[in-house]
Design a protein around this ligand. Structure first.
Ligand SMILES: Nc1ncnc2c1ncn2[C@@H]1O[C@H](COP(=O)(O)OP(=O)(O)OP(=O)(O)O)[C@@H](O)[C@H]1O
Ligand SMILES: [Mg+2]
Length: 112
């Protein structure tokens, strides 16, 4: 299994959620975060306004998916989150050792 963690533009969250739902990805965690990439200290546009602050509002998505679906999920996520402008975000991919569904002790892929 892989954990796919993506930091995206907040206004892209609905598009990304819909695109992932369309390919049958159900479980996810969404957190409002603040961050910066390599333009630290430079101007970035957020909701049509230019900001010079170095921490901008972003949304972090976390999903654990079967390894054989991870490339498809990443492609879908990137395509739906991209505007082509700086600050579009980033995807981090991790190996996952195990998953346990608390309700019934399901383990691994069956727990996703
Ligand atoms: N190396 C990193 N480690 C952790 N979080 C990061 C890293 N790079 C970017 N992020 C997170 O992703 C958000 C968006 O990054 P961003 O898209 O600006 O990356 P970038 O490398 O500057 O690319 P771009 O040139 O397209 O802006 C940041 O605000 C931050 O929350
Ligand atoms: Mg950037």
């Amino acid at each position: 299994m892989k954990k796919i963690e993506a930091v995206i533009q907040p206004h892209k969250l609905e598009d990304v959620k819909q695109a992932l739902k369309a390919i049958g990805i159900d479980g996810m965690t969404v957190t409002e975060v603040r961050g910066h990439g390599r333009q630290k200290g430079h101007k970035e546009v957020y909701r049509g306004q230019e900001y010079e602050v170095d921490l901008l509002p972003k949304v972090k998505l976390e999903m654990v998916v079967p390894t054989e679906r991870s490339e498809e999920v990443i492609k879908t996520l990137v395509a739906s989150a991209r505007t082509g402008k700086i600050g579009d975000g980033k995807v981090f991919v991790f190996d996952v050792l195990d998953v346990i569904r608390i309700r019934n002790d399901d383990r691994g892929d069956s727990a996703l």
